[in-house]
Design a protein around this ligand. Structure first.
Ligand code: CMC
Length: 456
């Protein structure tokens, strides 16, 4: 079979649009660039130079920040493709290592490629002995995401032979190292919190098996593998592997655009992922279910979520791109049921989650705003069923997403239009004014101004 060549990152100009400033009658022609699927884009790069105006798009709701050939999402159709392959097919037939290869290298691996890739990743799973001592500097109760941001950032102090971003071999080594070490780093954060020794990675295990054994084995006893749990974790990793230009991936790209080393860039991605609006939502969902407590409180919390003056939101609901359903959530829900059945767990939180889902899905507010359960709504149920505490949920997401961050990081360097990321702003502050000497600033009996400053 002939292998498909990777698409180039340039997008063809297929049209122009005219932009007219009505007050002055000035007009500018802007190129329209073609996407292989999905919306085309208006190329506004010359706009500032030509018109002396910026475009304004807080939260990047209408802005494409790059060209990319890695992942495609059709939010209306609930479609997610990695390098063209539907997520449902990958979740059913692929495994995480193969998916990593696909995302990084653009095609499904041939048998020899897969073997070699798995071999390389397996050879990098250990972390430097000196890095293990790093953990001791953290409080036992530290959030594992805090440890991950620190330890992954610290990798750049250990692996000097893979920080030169201009050397292709070093780029590859850094990427393979991070994919390999992320389970070790996350599992050790968990073991450290429990006051346990760090189980070494074992080469005989698959990626998901190794992650599980490092999380759950103790010195006196080996972890007994349950193939269904291994499969569920492998699938969890596939479902989280990439999601195009989300907040953490954009953070990695922005950090990398300055030429920062890859370990520092991925640490910045982990930091961004941690927020409850993004990867931290899986932890927040379980906290929310605990807060709701039982079915009779659902109506009260749904009302709170709809109240503009209440900061409470239904965690695990809504998505910037998916406006119909999140295809990852569908797979994750089935997986959650399978695991609960396999382990014989009757988790009341699952019932609560199902009831909440039904009530929200039939509520006009949620229907009008197209708010559906996302991947994080169900993932916590699986992770909790296998015995992980809620604060380990987002580290699990980070393990899966590392390959996505790295695929985008690598892609950036192949982009002929690659530039340091540097957004502009609409400045609405004071115009230039002269410095006022202290004695000329007057006095106030009112509450000091700076105490109010931090309120929203
Ligand atoms: N509960 C209640 N109302 C909501 C929710 C929610 N979960 N999500 C959005 N809304 C409302 C929001 O108040 C706004 O209302 P209005 O138009 O009246 O101002 C409207 O829906 C649009 O919301 P938005 O915040 O402007 O939409 P966004 O695209 O900026 O935010 C989101 C997307 C995922 C951050 C948001 O839906 C949210 O906070 N959800 C809960 C957190 C969550 O589950 N995050 C995980 C996302 S999936 C995992 C991943 O990151 O990959």
């Amino acid at each position: 079979m002939k292998r498909k060549k990777l698409p180039k990152l340039e997008s063809e100009i297929i049209d122009t649009v005219s932009l007219r400033r009505n007050n002055t009658q000035e007009e500018w022609q802007l190129d329209v660039r073609k996407a292989s699927i999905g919306p085309d884009s208006i190329d506004i790069r010359r706009l500032y130079g030509d018109s002396k105006m910026f475009t304004w798009d807080p939260g990047f709701t209408s802005t494409a920040s790059c060209t990319s050939a890695i992942t495609y999402i059709d939010g209306g159709a609930g479609q997610l493709l990695y390098r063209g392959y539907p997520i449902e097919q990958l979740a059913e037939h692929s495994d995480y290592m193969e998916t990593c290869y696909l995302l990084l290298y653009g095609n499904l691996p041939q048998p020899e490629e897969k073997e070699q890739f798995v071999d390389e990743i397996t050879n990098h799973t250990l972390i430097h002995g000196q890095l293990e001592t790093f953990y001791k500097g953290f409080m036992r109760g530290a959030h594992p995401m805090a440890i991950m941001v620190g330890v992954v950032g610290a990798l750049s102090a250990f692996y000097h032979d893979s920080t030169d971003i201009n050397d292709p071999e070093q780029r590859k080594l850094a990427a393979h190292r991070m994919i390999a070490k992320m389970p070790t780093i996350a599992a050790y954060a968990y073991q450290y919190a429990n006051g346990m020794a760090f189980p070494p990675p074992k080469n005989k295990f698959s990626y998901a098996e190794n992650l599980l054994q490092m999380l759950f084995s103790v010195q006196s006893e080996d972890y007994v593998m349950n193939p269904k749990i291994v499969k569920a974790i492998d699938r969890f990793l596939i479902l989280h592997a990439d999601h195009e230009q989300n907040a953490s991936t954009s953070t990695v790209r922005l950090a990398a655009s300055s030429g920062a080393n890859p370990f520092a860039c991925v640490a910045s991605g982990i930091a961004s992922l941690w927020g409850p609006a993004h990867g931290g939502a899986n932890e927040a969902v379980l906290k929310m279910l605990a807060q709701i407590g039982n079915k009779k409180n659902i109506a009260k919390y749904v009302a709170k979520a709809k109240d503009k003056n209440d900061p409470f939101r239904l965690m695990g609901f809504g998505h910037r791109v998916y406006k119909n359903f999140d295809p990852r959530a569908t797979v994750m829900r089935d997986s959650a049921y399978e695991i609960l059945e396999e382990l014989g767990i009757k988790d009341p939180r699952m019932e609560l989650a199902m009831e909440l889902e039904q009530i929200a899905l039939n509520d006009d507010y949620f229907k009008e705003k197209n708010l559906y359960p996302n991947v994080d709504f169900y993932s916590g149920i699986i992770l909790s069923a296998i015995g992980l505490p809620t604060n380990m949920f987002t580290p699990m997401f980070a393990i899966g997403r590392t390959v996505g961050w790295l695929a985008h990081w690598k892609e950036m360097f192949s982009d002929p239009d690659f530039k340091i990321g540097r957004p502009r702003q609409i400045y609405v502050g004071e115009p230039a004014r002269d410095y006022i000497q202290m004695n000329d600033r007057g006095h106030t009996n009112r509450p000091l101004r700076f105490n109010k400053f931090w309120q929203r």
